[in-house]
Design a protein around this ligand. Structure first.
Ligand SMILES: Nc1nc2c(ncn2[C@@H]2O[C@H](COP(=O)(O)OP(=O)(O)OP(=O)(O)O)[C@@H](O)[C@H]2O)c(=O)[nH]1
Length: 242
């Protein structure tokens, strides 16, 4: 590992959470609970395993409920990993706009981007990507490829390059996060080769049925764990609260 300061400084975690959860229905999926804990709290706690600080990008009207959700069930040490909220100046402009908003609050050379709806986000995947990015000075982002699809969330970016790319894309009227790969040099890692469990990590909750599926995934694991006496799922490296 290089001794240079930018490579020893951890990435900032960025959570996109400003969507309207339309497929989820009446409720904000970021606050939907899985085994008693809001999805947002699960994602922030997992990001805190690899990030020294976390920026949560959301709408102004979500902020209070999100702060309450993290206070009551964060499952991580908020003194060790400070969380800042940054609200989109205009709501509903899409995740790329949200990422640009969040990037304004990022002071580290790199950042790890995640969506709020991936309750099984795997810190091992992000730390693997962070290492690969540090090892490749020509790359702007290290990202997972599943099949022929590059994944813009659960990717680690060089902050300055990501800012420039967001600005240029938004100026061109582009709103898709995946368009970042048109502008950035990506170090691409196939899902089969990346650290951690990529399929599980990338599982996202869009609908109530997805939340049920996530609950079943947890239950199945719990039953399997009971067989060998291992305790119920907890955030990696963090003692279970509640
Ligand atoms: N800041 C911001 N984040 C967004 C916006 N739209 C989506 N996101 C976030 O981007 C991530 C992926 O988006 P989706 O899974 O489509 O979430 P969503 O837009 O809330 O859900 P649907 O309304 O069902 O599409 C989620 O973490 C969202 O919170 C937006 O307009 N602004």
């Amino acid at each position: 590992m290089s001794e240079t300061s930018h490579e020893t400084e951890g990435p900032t975690g960025v959570v996109l959470a400003g969507g309207y959860s339309r497929r989820f229905g009446e409720r904000d999926k970021a606050l939907a609970r899985l085994d008693g804990r809001p999805l947002l709290a699960r994602v922030v706690a997992r990001l805190a395993e690899v990030a020294d600080r976390v920026v949560v990008n959301c709408r102004a009207d979500q902020r209070e409920a999100f702060a309450d959700a993290l206070d009551s069930s964060a499952g991580f040490d908020s003194a060790a990993t400070p969380v800042r909220f940054v609200a989109d100046p205009v709501p509903d402009r899409g995740p790329l706009f949200g990422f640009r908003t969040a990037l304004r609050e990022v002071g580290t050379e790199t950042c790890a981007l995640a969506a709020c709806d991936c309750p099984f986000l795997d810190p091992r995947l992000l730390s693997d990507l962070a290492e690969r990015l540090a090892d490749d000075p020509d790359a702007d982002v290290a990202a997972v490829r599943t099949g022929d699809r590059l994944r813009p969330t659960q990717a680690v970016y060089r902050t300055a390059a990501a800012r420039r790319a967001c600005d240029a894309l938004l100026d061109d009227g582009e709103g898709r996060l995946s368009a970042l790969f048109d502008r950035l040099d990506a170090r691409v890692v196939p899902a089969e080769a990346v650290g951690g469990d990529a399929a599980r990590s990338l599982f996202d909750v869009d609908t109530p049925a997805d939340r049920e599926r996530a609950a079943e995934m947890l239950d199945r694991e719990t039953s399997a764990e009971r067989g060998d006496g291992t305790p119920r799922e907890r955030e990696p490296g963090v003692a279970a609260r509640r």
